[in-house]
Write a protein that binds this ligand. Structure first.
Ligand SMILES: [Fe+2]
Length: 402
């Protein structure tokens, strides 16, 4: 049974002494091993290159390259091959050296049959365990890679869910103020563009963008009577209104990933000259994200239409922002803002319009149009002159009862 189990195992025997080769190879074949012999280290390497060799038994002292060289070459080229060294009496030091260099065992010449077989079995068993360990290691590494990938995907999903939640919250706030729903997102785009010119990138840029998006989140705490008042606010109403940076900061300050945005929310009404609120910070005491935001917010406020007035031109807004450099705004931020130029800023606004998500009304109209078109095509009384389906219905496409 033992013979059957080891019948296919190839053992490469390397020795320059013909009598040793003959004796050992006969013994190994009788034990059921496939024994190939080499008369030198160089020849042994040629044989190993031709076919996979699980086990090598090599003499230490040979003319030309010696056993130690062969051992080291095998460790480098065929690390899965087990090597047993044959040493003469009085060569114990060399034998220990062999073990240190990666031989699995050594035997004194001439080896006894039982010692030889036992050493071979031990070496092969050790090799099997080592190969199994490597397979297990590879499997484990693959598993870790797969799990890491899954985790990355999950984290990405969580991040985009967070982002979408914030967008929904801001859209709700904008709607309450009867503000066009893309105001906040436009301010984010202007803020990011200026920050980009100032060399801000990566996660810092994202955090500043998030701060710009959430800047007025504290207005949730401002009563409708104040927030939606059509006329001018009196002093007590102003007092109420001016609480919104602190209210916003309190709302999000304990959310770890909104740490920087919370700073920007708290400082977004400060002015560079120290005449802002709520803390009357000045210059670089104000978070850089807030200093950039205030330029972006002013640009958008001036260039957007309001129910009670039309927006001014980009040219006018840019001139006004430049005029307020060093007083309301950080001159460094204004410099970066100016370098984007009128055309660049208008392009950002135009791009926003292109990627603007459809409103519920628009989606409703599209659905109604498709329904009408289908109904029209199915009708036997269709009197369509050009025979094509109407892609856009006449009127706004909404139901009469909508
Ligand atoms: Fe504000």
């Amino acid at each position: 049974m033992d013979n059957l189990a080891t019948a296919a195992t190839r053992v490469l025997l390397v020795d320059d002494d013909e009598s040793v080769r003959d004796v050992i190879s006969v013994l190994l074949r009788e034990e059921g091993y496939e024994c190939v012999v080499a008369t030198s280290a160089e020849m042994a390497l040629d044989l190993a290159a031709a076919e996979e060799t699980p086990l090598v038994i090599s003499d230490m002292k040979m003319p030309g390259r010696d056993g130690l060289w062969l051992l080291e070459t095998f460790r480098q080229k065929y690390p899965d091959t087990a090597v047993i060294m044959l040493t003469g009496y009085g060569d114990t030091e060399a034998a220990v050296d062999c073990l240190r260099r990666g031989a699995v065992d050594y035997l004194l010449k001439p080896p006894r049959l039982t010692d030889l077989i036992r050493a071979i079995e031990r070496a092969l068993a050790k090799r099997r365990i080592e190969l199994a360990r490597q397979r297990y290691q590879r499997k484990l590494e693959r598993k870790v890679r797969d799990r890491t990938h899954e985790l990355r995907v999950a984290l990405h999903d969580i991040a985009s869910t967070y982002q979408n939640t914030l967008l929904a919250l801001v859209a709700a706030l904008d709607a309450r103020e009867h503000e066009t729903s893309d105001h906040s997102q436009r301010v984010v785009r202007y803020t990011s563009a200026i920050a980009g010119v100032m060399g801000i990138s990566g996660s810092e840029l994202e955090e500043i963008g998030r701060g710009a998006l959430l800047h007025d989140i504290g207005k949730i705490g401002v009563p409708d009577a104040v927030l939606l008042k059509p006329g001018k606010l009196d002093s007590s109403e102003w007092l109420e209104m001016r609480k919104h940076p602190e209210v916003g900061h309190q709302m999000i300050q304990n959310i770890p990933f909104l740490d920087t945005p919370a700073q920007i929310v708290l400082s977004h009404q400060e002015r560079f000259d120290g005449n802002g609120y709520p803390r009357r910070l000045r210059g670089e005491e104000i978070h850089i994200g807030a200093r950039i935001f205030s330029v972006a917010d002013t640009l958008d406020a001036m260039t957007s239409d309001r129910p009670y007035r039309m927006g001014t031109s980009f040219k006018n807004a840019i001139a006004e922002i430049q005029r307020c450099s060093k007083t309301q705004f950080d001159p460094e931020v204004v410099k970066a803002f100016m370098s984007i130029g009128e055309e660049g800023l208008m392009r950002i606004k135009a791009e926003m319009k292109m990627f603007k998500p459809k409103t519920v009304d628009e989606l409703d109209a599209e659905a109604q149009a498709a329904e009408d078109a289908l109904e029209h095509a199915m009708s036997p009384l269709s009197k369509q002159e050009d025979g094509e389906l109407p892609l856009v219905p006449k009127g706004n496409g909404r139901r009469a009862d909508a």
